[in-house]
Design a protein around this ligand. Structure first.
Ligand code: B12
Ligand code: SF4
Ligand code: SF4
Length: 356
């Protein structure tokens, strides 16, 4: 089987991008190890515990693996970018989380691809599906498989498709001639670095990386417990994830829109007051089956409180006072912090009594 044949099968399974990489260690593995050692992973233990070593070689995930089929699936939708929206009443949920959970969608697509490949291969082989959560350096393999270059914002960028796509992999025990990585097309551009509100894109080993401990995406999705007080202002109006370093990327100016029904936007830039008033049941029914559920109810309310504090509208006082009375100590503390940022409600002017 050739990678061109696999690309054709992958397209039939809903993947706009596909390619093949060899299933061995990648030359830039030390970059990952240095990144972890520098502390850039913050509290994401799944990146630093024993699973960190598994990342060294995909054969630790499937010992018989010879090739990795890397697949990319677009998720862009026809709504404005966060950088085009300036409404203090609204919270920002990042583009990738507007529709259904991509893990399920990609997994189903890769299982179909596996089935089609088995029919074509005519002989038995072993395989393993990975989507996001497996200890695999997804961007490195996808680059080697020709799906794009790694931009200064660290996202994988495809010349025609931009960077609004997810990655998934099929590890297979058959040898397939690998594709070649494309050239880096960032050139002298540094828009993402300039636009990042928290200066999270930092120079690293002659290139750039994201220090997760400064990244809004990390604070709003991955970090459990309190957000350090000195970092809260940087979150702006973001309540789940961040798109800024991709919004400003010139390669996303004409990014294609997904045709996947599962990724159609269910909720887009919701009013913060509505989010602050959600009960746990309402949160569950609104975000069940979407990536937002990863934040969990209390983590989400914590993010909403920070966003309200940063937006600073006096009408947020009442909903924040309710959150400040929450049983959850983290939500309550973030709401108290937010109340200190919100301008006091405008009082009616006091009429001076005439002096006797
Ligand atoms: C941890 C993680 C995060 C962390 C850390 C981000 C980061 N930059 O590492 C946080 C929570 C901040 C995050 C945020 C986001 N994430 Co994330 N995340 C991951 C995860 C689980 C691991 C990434 C990792 O290993 N990071 C450690 C660093 C060291 O790895 P790295 O940057 O990839 O660097 C390696 C290579 O890229 C390579 N490399 C780096 N620079 C260079 C340069 C050259 C020249 C070469 C040759 C190689 C090279 O070397 C490194 C070692 O292999 C992956 C899934 C996975 N299993 O890989 C998804 C993943 C990277 N995330 C993804 C997405 C969509 C996002 C967000 C857009 C979500 C959002 N809107 O909020 C943001 C984007 C923020 C950003 N600018 O990166 C997608 C990216 C798709 C794409 N087109 O690139 C992935 C692949 C998930 C998926 N399966 O689709 N994420
Ligand atoms: S996701 Fe946001 S905070 Fe993180 S690096 Fe990109 S612009 Fe900066
Ligand atoms: S904004 Fe510029 S530097 Fe950043 S990833 Fe895009 S092309 Fe590269």
């Amino acid at each position: 089987m050739t990678s061109a044949e696999i690309r054709e099968l992958a397209r039939a399974c809903g993947f706009e991008l596909a390619g093949v990489a060899a299933a061995g260690p990648v030359a830039e593995l030390p970059l990952y190890q240095d990144w972890v050692e520098a502390g850039f992973a913050g509290e994401m233990r799944y990146l630093t515990d024993r699973r960190a070593d598994v990342r060294g070689d995909p054969r630790r995930l499937l010992p018989s693996a010879r090739s990795i089929i890397c697949a990319g699936k677009l998720y862009n939708s026809p709504h404005p970018y966060s950088t085009q929206l300036d409404d203090a009443e609204l919270g920002w949920i990042s583009r990738y989380a507007w529709g259904g959970d991509y893990h399920d969608v990609l997994r189903r697509g890769l299982a179909r691809l596996d089935g089609l490949m088995r029919e074509r291969a005519g002989a038995a082989y072993e395989s393993k599906i990975c989507v996001d959560t497996a200890p695999l350096l997804e961007r490195s393999y996808a680059r080697l498989a020709g799906l794009g270059w790694i931009g200064k914002n660290t996202c994988l960028i495809h010349q025609q498709s931009g960077s609004w796509f997810f990655l998934g992999e099929l590890l297979v025990s058959i040898e397939i001639a690998p594709d070649a990585p494309p050239p880096d097309r960032c050139g002298t551009c540094h828009r993402c670095i300039d636009a990042c509100p928290t200066a999270a894109i930092v120079p690293f080993r002659g290139g750039h990386t994201v220090d997760a401990r400064l990244c809004i995406s990390y604070f709003t999705i991955e970090l459990r417990g309190p957000v350090p007080a000195e970092r809260r202002a940087g979150n702006g109006g973001h309540v789940f994830g961040c798109d800024i370093c991709q919004d400003v990327c010139p390669w996303n100016r004409r990014a294609p829109i997904t045709e996947e029904p599962g990724f159609q936007a269910r909720s887009f830039a919701p009013p913060l007051e509505k989010l602050a008033a959600l009960t746990e049941e309402e949160f569950r029914s609104l975000y069940a089956g979407t990536p937002v559920s990863r934040a969990r109810y209390t983590g989400f309310l914590r993010n909403v409180a920070i966003a309200m504090g940063n937006r600073g509208l006096p009408r947020f006082r009442a909903p924040l006072e309710k959150l400040a009375a929450s049983d959850d100590p983290v939500v309550a503390e973030h709401a108290r912090w937010a109340l200190q940022q919100v301008a006091p409600a405008v009082l009616p002017p006091v009429r001076a009594e005439p002096l006797p």
